[in-house]
Design a protein around this ligand. Structure first.
Ligand code: D41
Length: 695
């Protein structure tokens, strides 16, 4: 090196270590210490020095994360030390047996055994090799003996240091140098994964580009590692946590425990799992499992269980390995959230408004802890885009309390030609013609209330809680009444007698009397509920409320022109059209007359009901609220009505946009997510006192 340039050379090195420090804070600790602008400025400076002195560009420079030309093919790599797999445990009994085995072999008592527990990342195992502190190679696990060289892609992962931290590189570190100096050869092992958000963003982009989407984050991570062009991996946001090691040169003395190994890895700037914890005793082990399982769906990445490892390395050495796995570690699996099963058929369900929905009939299979034999296929578009066919093996997913869904077919298991799915031309219930709605992927039975499926659903909807709220009239009762010809249209409810009801299955005079009383009580209602209960296509609770507040009388809603309807909040062309068509039907007019005749009434709507200035001053006005858990003094829909009356919007899931979470008893993942996002959490008690204060 030219003597005159030594200042630049020094600057180059100091920028490199400064960038590594910022990068570590940002990607590993998740706690940025400088602005992005400052990072960019340093990065640009580094680039310009490197352009001036190309001979100074080294592989560990932050500018060298993305490679130049794509690879022609993958090279295979023989691991210097075998990459073992893990033994599985599926129950607490399996865990007890595991601990007992260790205790007997080590001849110690079980209450002194220490384990480190860490979430089992659902990703791909890899091995990364550092020589003299510099990343030189990364390989997939493969069969444990040989894997594939994926160095070019691994280098693009920003949480992986291209150069390990040493005493000189980490300014804030006053520790003795030897403690930080990495061994000449250091192989570390861990799990590569893709976060749930990155996965969703990737799939969205892939779908937009008309390219193949991935079934889950794990497949997306695998597909990304398998790219020959590192530019693709660089865009896809992979992450990793490290948990093990392979070859290590003799110049290094490992600590005595696994927990200390993790600490050591962190000091070198390597990412380890932030939720790893040291535990003693079976209770603590089971407790950690329960805790993580409760948190599972709220975590930003997918985990499929917990890995427990004996903490003392001496003990690990004494126990050794079977041919496949260490005797000192075990993976306690969560119930699978994703399983494969056969798609036996696609049933068509006819909804209240005649919309046809395909539903998957599955060979029963356990997923997420329950046996599932039906799952949603979403809609025809999804079926066609994913090319799901009856007879396929399909991936079924059920996460938390979400409805089971068919993620897609396992094309590799399709052995013979299968017919593509098509929507039927006639309604499977009433045989009426099926009509595809223009520019919407909706197929509808044209049978209207002549279609028994629609009639029954319309009746069930009419009595439901948010509609006329008639208690004690379950679906079975309604179906029986409909089958006997006693109940065809909603106005027929008001002509039912105790005697008619008492004759039905599992009914008696007492229960029949209760139902008749509930029907009677429902006559006192609101215009909003009444409009909602009619079951006009596309008119949900909110639209019904807007219609009621806008027109203030039933007659005015019924007479409204298309233009007048479009004036209403939330009502567009399509909805206006549905409303107009509905009220134009003589049949519907008759039913409505019958209902009013039976005595249904509601309080007049005055302008006071609408927004006034005082309303806008309450703390919930214009805020977004989520309700979770069991409330003691009110139903969730009452709480929702309270919030809406105060001008808040109630949504189903917690996100950064949520302002308040009302959490009742047994609040689960939504509560932990709200806490992690810093959303204000209200108890039921606090909420009630707030409403009372406002009244
Ligand atoms: O999070 C994981 N998926 C994980 C996998 C973990 N936390 N620890 C692991 N430990 C090992 C040993 C004990 C063999 C070093 C593992 C794996 N193995 C593993 N992952 C895939 C195959 C083996």
């Amino acid at each position: 090196m030219n003597h005159q340039n030594s200042a630049e050379f020094e600057q180059l090195n100091s920028i490199k270590s400064e960038l590594a420090r910022l990068n570590y804070a940002y990607y590993v600790l998740d706690a940025p210490i400088e602005s992005d602008a400052y990072y960019d400025e340093l990065y640009q400076k580094l680039k310009s020095i490197e352009e001036q002195f190309p001979e100074w560009v080294t592989a560990d420079s932050p500018t060298q994360r993305i490679g130049g030309q794509p690879l022609e093919q993958f090279e295979s790599v023989t691991h210097s030390k075998q990459m073992f797999s893990l033994e599985n445990a599926f129950s607490n009994e399996d865990m007890q047996a595991f601990i007992k085995r260790i205790q007997e072999r080590l001849e110690v008592s079980s209450d002194t055994l220490e384990f480190v527990a860490e979430p089992k990342m659902d990703g791909l195992a890899i091995s990364i090799r550092y020589e003299n502190g510099v990343l030189v190679q990364a390989a997939t696990r493969g069969d444990g003996v040989t894997g594939e060289d994926v160095t070019h892609n691994i280098r693009t992962i920003r949480s992986i240091p291209l150069k390990l931290f040493t005493a000189n590189s980490s300014k804030n570190n006053s520790r003795h140098e030897s403690e930080l100096e990495p061994p000449q050869v250091l192989e570390v092992r861990g799990e590569i994964f893709m976060s749930k958000t990155s996965f969703e963003n990737l799939n969205k982009k892939q779908a937009e580009l008309g390219q193949k989407t991935f079934a889950n984050p794990r497949n997306a991570a695998a597909g990304t590692l398998r790219q020959l062009d590192s530019k693709i991996a660089a865009k896809r946001n992979l992450s990793l946590y490290l948990y093990g090691w392979g070859e290590i040169s003799d110049d290094y003395q490992w600590p005595e425990t696994y927990a200390e190994v993790l600490t050591q890895l962190k000091k070198w700037g390597l990412p380890t799992h932030p939720l790893a914890d040291t535990l003693i005793g079976l209770d603590a082990i089971e407790d950690y499992y329960d805790r993580l399982q409760a948190q599972r769906n709220a975590l930003p990445y997918e985990i499929d269980g917990i890995v427990y490892k004996l903490n003392k390395i001496k003990g690990q050495e004494t126990l050794g390995f079977t041919s496949k796995a260490p005797r000192w570690a075990i993976a306690r699996k969560f119930p699978a959230q994703e399983v494969w099963t056969e798609l036996l058929g696609i049933d068509i369900q006819v909804g209240r408004t005649g919309a046809l929905t395909p539903v998957a009939r599955l060979k029963p299979v356990e997923v997420g802890g329950v046996v599932v034999s039906n799952a949603t296929l979403h809609n025809l578009d999804e079926i066609q885009r994913k090319d799901t066919r009856v007879g396929d093996w399909v991936i079924v997913r059920r996460a938390g309390d979400v409805i089971p869904e068919v993620v897609g077919p396992v094309l590799a298991k399709r052995k013979s030609e299968l017919a593509q799915f098509e929507m039927p031309e006639a309604c499977p219930v009433c045989n009426s013609e099926v009509i595809k709605e223009e520019d919407k992927a909706v197929y509808r039975c044209s049978g209207g209330l002549f279609c028994p499926a629609q009639a029954k659903r319309a009746l069930q909807h009419f009595v439901s809680r948010k509609a006329m709220d008639i208690q004690g009239l379950g679906n079975k009762l309604i179906n029986q009444l409909n089958d006997r010809g006693l109940l065809k249209h909603p106005n027929d409810f008001y002509a039912l007698t105790i005697e008619q009801l008492a004759e039905l299955d599992r009914m008696a005079v007492k229960s029949a009397t209760n139902v008749i009383q509930a029907i009677e009580a429902s006559k006192e209602t609101t215009l909003q509920r009444f409009l909602f209960s009619l079951g006009i296509p596309e008119v949900g609770e909110v639209t019904a409320k807007n219609l009621a507040n806008h027109f203030k009388s039933l007659d005015k809603v019924m007479e409204a022109s298309l233009e007048a309807l479009i004036e209403v909040d939330d009502v567009g062309d399509i909805v206006a059209h549905h409303i107009e068509t509905f009220f134009a039907q003589p049949h519907n007019q008759e039913v409505i007359q019958g209902l009013i005749h039976a005595g249904i009434h509601w309080p007049e709507i005055t302008d006071k009901t609408e927004t006034n200035a005082a309303l806008a001053e309450n703390p919930f006005f214009g805020k977004t609220v989520v309700i979770t858990g069991t409330l003691e003094t009110m139903g969730r829909s009452d709480a929702k009505a309270h919030f809406e009356a105060l001008g808040a919007k109630v949504t189903g899931s917690v996100s950064k946009k949520t302002d308040y979470l009302l959490a009742g008893e047994k609040a689960g993942s939504k509560l932990s997510k709200a806490e992690s996002l810093g959303v204000t959490v209200l108890s039921e008690q606090l909420f009630i006192s707030q409403i009372e204060a406002l009244n």
